[in-house]
Design a protein around this ligand. Structure first.
Ligand code: ADP
Ligand code: ZN
Length: 336
């Protein structure tokens, strides 16, 4: 097992790279652990959960809500969970967000860890300690920032991951390349989705590279005062679209990144604006959508990144270098 420890503001997080669920018992005591997962992950990998206390939830973002939190808390009480219990989220971003949030509030906070099973949760959602739930159309409106005790990787889970979920994860990987890693952007340009789905070794090293990018950004700015904001590239418009249309997170931010690249060209002279949608398309992601401008603007007005009548927007100066620009909502409206 390849273990690395990363130091955050108030705690350290152990990462177990290229490990496997069979090593989980070396990390936590099974008697004091409860796994939270969803029906799809459980059905596809039932054997892996043998001998572990497990709560199985219905899959999907529509269950990332307070009602699910209440029902899990009731089950935790029934199972006798106490301050010695570790809650382990095994699943995609929905499960890791829920597990982190529930563990942050149950008995004012119990220990928790993750085994991310989607590409998106491996490279993004499981890292950085943000957790929470959606309220109505507002994504992640309620939550906390608390780091997990550990993140364990078992890439065998990816063997059953649907192609659409690979695309979702690549949206965040391309985002990382855009804001922080020009050489990785070129590498992504020279391959495509199928290459990584088929080539597990390449996928594994790409995953590690992205885990390290996100971890480094978060470690330097855990509470999003500065650089961590750059991770919101493509997410301002993306979230507004995701809330109102039947788009996945990856699809929404793909459209958001295309728009932000074009805006970067218009406002700060970004020269490679066309390269971003091109690489997104190589990974099966959409780059435009028909949407209702007024509806989208209304959601933008509730965005957590808003300050008075302006939004802190993430733009690209060049591939691999992002900047934060304050843009008036009126000006955004006219460019949508
Ligand atoms: P994310 O936010 O990471 O995209 P979700 O938690 O919404 O993730 O998961 C996306 C979908 O993929 C859900 O339907 C979930 O049940 C399913 N899923 C997660 N991991 C796997 C896996 N390893 N194999 C098959 N399906 C999975
Ligand atoms: Zn995202």
């Amino acid at each position: 097992m390849d273990k690395k420890t990363f130091r955050f503001t108030s705690t350290s997080v152990n990462y177990f790279f290229e490990s496997g669920i069979s090593h989980l018992k070396e990390v936590v005591d099974a008697k004091n652990a409860i796994i939270l997962t969803d029906e799809n992950v459980f059905a596809a990998h039932t054997k892996k959960f043998k001998n572990w206390n497990t709560i199985v939830l219905k899959p999907g973002e529509e269950y990332k809500i307070q009602g699910t939190v209440d029902s899990v808390i009731e089950q935790l009480i029934e199972m006798g969970a106490d301050r010695q219990t570790t809650l382990i989220g095994i699943g995609g971003g929905v499960i890791t967000d829920l597990a982190g949030y529930i563990a942050s509030i149950y008995m004012r906070g119990i220990s928790f860890g993750f085994i991310p099973t989607t590409l998106l949760s491996l490279v993004d959602a499981s890292i950085g300690g943000k957790n929470g739930i959606d309220v109505g159309v507002y994504k992640n409106l309620v939550g906390a920032i608390k780091q997990p005790a550990f993140i364990l990787q078992d890439l065998q889970f990816l063997n059953t991951l649907p192609e659409a979920e690979w695309q979702n994860g690549f949206a965040e990987i391309i985002k990382h390349a855009c804001i922080k890693d020009a050489p990785m952007f070129r590498q992504l340009e020279s391959h495509d989705l199928n290459f990584y789905i088929k080539n597990k070794r390449e996928a594994s090293s790409l995953i590690r590279r992205n885990v390290l990018i996100k971890t480094k950004v978060v470690m330097q700015d855990e509470f999003e005062k500065g650089d961590r904001k750059l991770l919101n590239f493509g997410h301002t418009l993306g979230h507004a679209l995701e809330n109102q249309y039947e788009l996945s997170h990856g699809q929404s931010i793909s459209i958001g990144m295309t728009y932000a690249s074009e805006l970067s060209r218009m406002l700060i002279g970004f020269k490679n604006a066309e390269k971003v949608p091109k690489v997104l398309e190589q990974y099966g992601l959409p780059t435009y959508a028909l949407y209702d401008k007024d509806k989208v603007i209304n959601v933008l007005k509730m965005d957590k990144k808003k300050e008075k009548d302006a939004i802190n927007f993430i733009l690209l100066e060049k591939i691999g270098k992002a900047v934060i620009e304050k843009i008036a909502i009126d000006q955004l409206y006219s460019t949508l």
